[in-house]
Design a protein. Structure first.
Length: 162
């Protein structure tokens, strides 16, 4: 008991709290970074169409189809992965999505022709929608009560940063 008759309660464990806060911050930063990578992949192609067309020996309009291929990958990938991956742990899913994303982008960088580039861009687009869906759920799980909207908005910050 304290001097005035109050009960002295132990202080909350600040070390554990700050350690948890740091882990949550690191996890959210990783999710934002994944979003930046996806956003750059989606948007940079538009600015590089003349170089892409020259690199694969085709016209600029034909090279523009690689943008459509990426979009098709997004449209097909999100619902397919949602159905097939519903029982996969979220962390595992996020890592698998980023591996697929990296493989698609590496294949795009190494593609020597129009067909290979279009297929690689399709593959790179597949994890796009699923990544943001799973990342948003993870952000909500990581957030303090009443702060889930802020956590999701932080994850989505990757798109405008791109």
């Amino acid at each position: 008991m304290g001097e005035n008759g109050s009960v002295n309660l132990p202080s909350p464990p600040t070390v554990a709290r700050s350690s948890t806060d740091a882990r949550v911050g690191t996890a959210l930063a990783a999710l934002v970074l994944g979003g930046v990578g996806i956003g750059v992949t989606e948007f940079v192609t538009m600015g590089l169409l003349p170089e892409i067309a020259g690199g694969i020996g085709t016209t600029i309009p034909q090279a523009g189809h690689t943008i459509s291929a990426y979009a098709l990958g997004v449209v097909v990938g999100a619902p397919t992965i949602a159905v097939l991956g519903s029982r996969v742990p979220r962390r595992t899913m996020l890592v698998a999505l980023m591996v697929l994303f990296v493989v698609g982008n590496a294949a795009s960088a190494l593609a020597g022709g129009y067909g290979l580039l279009t297929a690689a861009r399709l593959l790179a687009g597949v994890p796009h929608g699923a990544f943001f869906a799973v990342a948003s759920i993870v952000a909500v799980d990581l957030a303090e009560r009443g702060r889930s909207g802020r956590a999701v908005s932080q994850v989505m910050l990757g798109i405008p940063l791109a």
